[in-house]
Design a protein around this ligand. Structure first.
Ligand code: GLA
Length: 368
């Protein structure tokens, strides 16, 4: 019998056995199952995860290689961290992520080339501290994008070129940022043009959040349509999918996928997590007495929401060409500090011990 068939049968027996075990036995059995998300979804789309250099060793790396076949740098490739001063790049962390991917045959999504957050101050100022002109900022942007994209040409297959350019206020269109103020509205098209010149083979994405809320969805659609109509080199839209047990609804998710893909764009779900709390815009501290336990009710809601969104992902596989989670497990998630600092969140498919959660099994148990 082939090794793969033996492993398959062993996995099946383990999964069957898990149902009747004690929690401790379950944990031990869980570790022995070698099949991962990427294997269940091999006929659908790659399954990725956001990482930092710390994820590339120890038990997290083991989990990563078992479950995922694509990675995104959580922070290491953003403009501020990678280009801290005008004539200085910091490559160590980004290189370690790309080298790890090369070594293990993982895809890499590049994230991101232009954003209003984590952008370095120096980018917008001259040596006297005055705001630079449109020409200077465009030249700096081009230099940045050329340098970063060319370094990883052939190793990064897709880039989030522009992140979060649409305003939160439904009555506004583009977000009021230094990029818009200094360059003007064509900063978006320019960024795509520079990225395409630097690596004509890379797939280029516009990436944003709350992309299923009808009012924001329609403004993002308008922007994407303008870019497509103007023949800007854009290949897809990244839907961040920082979701919760409260949103999106199935209807909103379907409508968003159908609307964006009607433009002929690929869809990547780029930053999937499922908060157990409602969305809050303003940052705040945890209130005294505020519960932050994963109660059975919250867990059930999360299981149902994860099942719903993956059912939809599979249904729209023709348009969806990547799904990436934002962090590996509930051991560490950016949602532990955002938007409420000190409030534990449980948004992923693996728990704080790196074991598969019940929601995991809902996501992988499906009929082809
Ligand atoms: C946004 C960005 C990501 C990351 C998250 C928080 O979604 O696109 O790069 O910063 O916020 O981790």
């Amino acid at each position: 019998m082939k090794r793969s068939s033996i492993l398959l049968i062993a996995n099946f027996l383990l999964i069957a056995a898990l149902a009747g075990c004690s929690v401790k036995q379950q944990y031990q059995a869980d570790r022995l199952i070698t099949k991962g998300l990427k294997d269940y979804y091999k006929d659908y789309f790659p399954i990725g995860v956001a990482v930092g250099p710390q994820t590339l060793k120890g038990d997290e790396a083991e989990l990563l290689l078992r479950e995922f076949n694509s990675i995104t740098a959580e922070n290491a490739m953003k403009m501020g961290p990678i280009h801290p001063r005008e004539n200085e790049y910091f490559w160590r962390d980004a290189d370690s992520i790309v080298n790890f991917a090369q070594k293990h045959g993982l895809r890499v999504r590049g994230h991101n080339l232009l954003w209003h957050e984590q952008a370095p101050e120096w980018m917008f100022k001259d040596s006297q501290g005055n705001q630079v002109s449109r020409d200077v900022l465009l030249a700096r942007l081009k230099d940045h994008i050329y340098t970063v994209v060319k370094r990883y040409k052939g190793k990064i297959y897709a880039w989030d070129v522009v992140n979060e350019a649409i305003d939160d206020n439904p009555d506004d269109f583009l977000r009021k940022t230094k990029w818009l103020e200094i360059i003007g509205e064509d900063f978006i098209a320019k960024a795509f043009q520079f990225a395409h010149e630097a690596d004509p083979d890379a797939l280029l994405f516009y990436n944003d959040y709350n992309t299923e809320r009808p009012e924001k969805r329609d403004r993002i659609y308008t922007l994407l349509k303008q870019l497509v109509d103007a023949k800007v080199p854009i290949h897809g839209v990244g839907l961040q999918a920082h979701w919760s047990i409260f949103e999106p609804t199935e209807k909103e998710l379907r409508e968003a996928i159908e609307k964006y893909s009607s433009l002929g764009l690929q869809i990547h779900f780029t930053e999937v997590d499922m908060s157990v709390y409602p969305w809050e815009k303003e940052r705040r501290a945890k209130r005294s007495g505020e519960n932050d336990q994963l109660t059975p009710e919250l867990e059930q809601k999360q299981i149902a929401q994860y099942k719903m969104v993956f059912d939809i992902f599979r249904e729209y596989r023709k348009h969806i060409t990547s799904v990436t989670f934002w962090n590996v497990s509930d051991r560490y998630t950016w949602l532990d500090t955002y938007p409420v600092s000190g409030r534990k969140n449980y948004p992923l498919l693996f728990d704080t011990k790196l074991e598969r959660k019940k929601a995991y099994w809902e996501v992988v148990n499906f009929k082809k």
